[in-house]
Write a protein that binds this ligand. Structure first.
Ligand code: 6PG
Length: 247
């Protein structure tokens, strides 16, 4: 429960399967306790492969019944600039593995419109956040991943994630991918009650070491910008990703 949680906790799971269970459990715990306390649960989902298995676990019968899905409101932390039918779409992944299989009202799911002009889509999503959650929006849970280059959401190395501090949603062109992305900004991420960064696998071990034990350099390792100012941060990693940590 959130009241017992440390402000910045690192949990190391033995296996990827345990990590995925832990992500699903955190979602369920946060949803239940938040709905009990405040009547509604606002969560932002990440894309990528790590959360996919956790989303699938949330469709199990026990998860379907313990959460009051009418009171769950789902948003996205980032999106690829593609239509929602594209296999690249974070929305498509979350819809197919999770959202279409739980009794959440469709109007409670707010996706980023990756098919629109990126700048217009970023502005429109910021407006959706303000209209539905106020400004700045305060998520109960932001789920994030981390790439082997230290990116999170679509905040990629090489650009200072602290720029445009007033913005809620940013459209950007990621040179190394040759693609446009939409992302929540640190202003929104760090205003959340709880941020979970989940990652697994040996290829991510050097970045996790650099991020946790190296110097603070969010231009090189954007995930270092994540630090909820009035909330908690949980790192969920598997043993392989934690292989280079010393502490
Ligand atoms: C995305 C993301 C991104 C992701 C990381 C880790 O759209 O790709 O939201 O930030 O979380 O790239 O992805 P994996 O779990 O696939 O390594």
């Amino acid at each position: 429960m959130s009241s017992e949680r440390k402000r910045d906790e690192l949990r190391i799971c033995e296996t990827p399967a345990q990590l995925e269970e832990a992500v699903a459990d955190l979602f369920v715990d946060d949803a239940r306790s938040t709905i009990e306390q405040r009547g509604a649960f606002f969560a932002a989902l990440s894309g990528g492969t790590t959360p996919k298995a956790a989303y699938a676990l949330l469709t199990r019968a026990d998860c379907r019944t313990v959460i009051d899905w009418q009171r769950v409101f789902i948003y996205f932390g980032d999106e690829r600039c593609v239509p929602p039918e594209s296999n690249e779409s974070n929305y498509k992944m979350a819809f197919e593995t999770f959202l279409s299989k739980v009794p959440i009202p469709p109007q409670n799911v707010r996706r980023m419109h990756g098919e629109d002009d990126p700048l217009r889509a970023a502005k429109a999503y910021a407006q959706v956040l303000i209209e539905t959650m106020g400004e700045p929006p305060r998520f109960d849970l932001v789920l994030l991943g981390m790439g082997a280059d230290g990116h999170t959401a679509s905040l990629f190395p090489g650009t200072d994630p602290r720029t445009d501090e007033e913005q809620l949603v940013r459209a950007l062109f990621v040179e190394k991918l040759g693609a446009h992305r939409l992302t929540l900004t640190p202003r929104v991420i760090n205003n959340a009650r709880h941020v979970v960064i989940a990652l697994e696998g040996l290829p991510k071990a050097p970045a996790l070491y650099a991020v946790r034990e190296g110097p603070y350099d969010p231009i090189a390792h954007p995930v270092q910008i994540v630090s909820p100012h009035d909330g908690t941060l949980t790192w969920l990693v598997d043993k392989a990703a934690a292989a280079e940590l010393t502490g």
